[in-house]
Design a binder for this molecule. Sequence first.
Ligand code: DGI
Ligand code: FE
Ligand code: FE
Ligand code: FE
Length: 188
Amino acid sequence: MKIEEADHEVKQILPRKRYEHTLGVVQSAKYLAGIYNGDVKKAELAAMLHDIAKYFSKDDMISIIKKEPDIPDDLLNYHLSLWHAPVGAAYVRETYGVHNSEILNAIYYHTTGRSGMTLLEKIVFLADYIEPGRDFPAVAEVRKLAETDLDTAVAKALENTIIFLISRHQQIYPDTISAYNDLIKRVG
Ligand code: DGI
Ligand code: FE
Ligand code: FE
Ligand code: FE
């Protein structure tokens, strides 16, 4: 899928604010790919498509999760704000014929992360967290880390998310814990 085509699709599917967020993620993903020797084209396309399923109806997401063998049905036992990531990966594969597994996994894991994240997965995960439109207090520190140490920045973003979820008495998806454990043992 060409980037222009992906842009055209997400612009039609997403509300204006979410489309602007998406363009911010594209910008940050290209920047990070440049710093860390990632594939800029793949980073750009994965970022453009990452939130495509964000506003799918709950029922549509449930039916995709149930029929999609790559998505564990156990995901339905966790918060619905997690669903759009794997659902989006399945949707772009089925609808646009995107078959590159690096791109699909970067979309699939952009919300939770996982143990053993690839470079592209880290880039999209972090770009989603630090894009220029994000303005929550903790983002400044992670933006700074992102310029010099990708793993430390991703670990910090995960840590902040876990602390946030705990403060709200919310469940934490196991992949998020695994991503944190995996990175923290390397970066400390
Ligand atoms: O789609 P975005 O808003 O751009 O960002 P996202 O895909 O990273 O969604 C993050 C939301 O998911 C955020 O409100 C926190 C929520 N969430 C709920 N449970 C979990 C979780 N995020 C992670 N990483 N892990 C969870 O277990
Ligand atoms: Fe998202
Ligand atoms: Fe399933
Ligand atoms: Fe996003």
